[in-house]
Design a protein around this ligand. Structure first.
Ligand code: B1M
Length: 226
């Protein structure tokens, strides 16, 4: 038997493939009425649409303007869903300070922003440095804001080395091991995280929350994976 929301998820996926921000925003609104949890709408509706567009881009059946339109539609959906996700964290005591950003040369922001939203929802104070962030900016922000965790997202195989540069910058600034560095993004693997001596790696946004919670409560030097 199929899921009762299957049709809505399919329409959400299609709104991203079509690059249709208005339809995506309307479906995001509709999810509240239907009792679909925001994270469920993201994971089962909108993100599969982004993945589909990415695969078609690899196959050259869609092109850069289509990918940009898909990202606009995704952002329109997130604009509706994010405030509700964030609301859950507003009345909690601060669970820790996290600096987030996308590695130098990389402008993919959707996954990184989702990680930030979920961390906020779980009571973390998040400072988002945005996209295309040089490694020394991560280190300066970590020192200025007395951060506990620095998270670096990379969506391109070529910008993953920016994550390594952040680990080194944090080290050179004398902030390690107090400040932990975590990495993520579609091409990033646990093996890469180990190779660059990051403190942790998470495959998706929910796992990033579990990872950060674990690191806040741990004094271990071993790498964590969520
Ligand atoms: Co680009 N792009 N893109 N793109 N894009 C990819 C990444 C690509 C895989 C598409 C493909 O070829 N199939 C490919 C990379 C190939 C590679 O290096 N291996 C690619 C390419 C090639 C490019 C350009 C070079 C294209 C060009 O110009 N010729 C160019 C590069 C620009 C640059 O950064 N310098 C480019 C540009 C763009 C757009 C601007 C059009 C747009 C981004 C718009 C924006 O963000 N504002 C875009 C998009 C939308 C994509 C795809 C289709 C979708 C990315 C996305 O938002 N996914 C993508 C294909 C794909 O990934 N399927 C693709 C949804 C998001 C929720 O998932 O970001 O993976 P994701 O985040 C997940 C996890 O990875 C994890 O949690 C998130 C939620 O669960 N996670 C973390 C992410 N960060 C984390 C950090 C953590 C922990 C977990 O801790 C710190």
């Amino acid at each position: 038997m199929g899921c009762v929301h299957e049709e809505t998820f399919r329409a959400m996926r299609q709104s991203i493939i079509d690059g249709a921000p208005e339809a995506a925003a309307t479906l995001a609104q509709k999810s509240f009425v239907l009792g679909i949890a925001p994270l469920e709408a993201i994971d089962q509706g909108f993100v599969p649409g982004m993945n589909d567009v990415g695969e078609q881009f690899t196959l050259r059946t869609v092109f850069l303007p289509d990918m940009m339109a898909a990202a606009e539609a995704m952002k329109a959906a997130m604009n509706v869903l994010e405030p509700v996700l964030k609301q859950q964290g507003t009345e909690r005591p601060c669970a820790g300070k996290v600096i987030l950003g996308t590695a130098k040369g990389d402008i993919h922001e959707i996954g990184k922003t989702l990680v930030g939203t979920l961390l906020t929802a779980h009571g973390f104070q998040v400072h988002d440095l945005g996209v295309d962030v040089p490694s020394d900016h991560f280190a300066a922000a970590a020192a200025d804001l007395a951060a506990d965790i620095v998270g670096v997202s990379a969506l391109l195989t070529t910008t993953m080395r920016g994550q390594k540069a952040v680990v080194e910058a944090i080290e050179h600034a004398g902030l390690r091991p107090r400040v932990k560095v975590i990495v993520g993004g579609a091409p990033v693997t646990r093996r890469w995280a180990e190779e660059i001596r990051a403190d942790g790696y998470a495959k998706d946004a929910m796992r990033a929350v579990a990872l950060v919670q674990g690191l806040m409560g741990s004094h271990s030097d071993t790498i964590r994976v969520s």
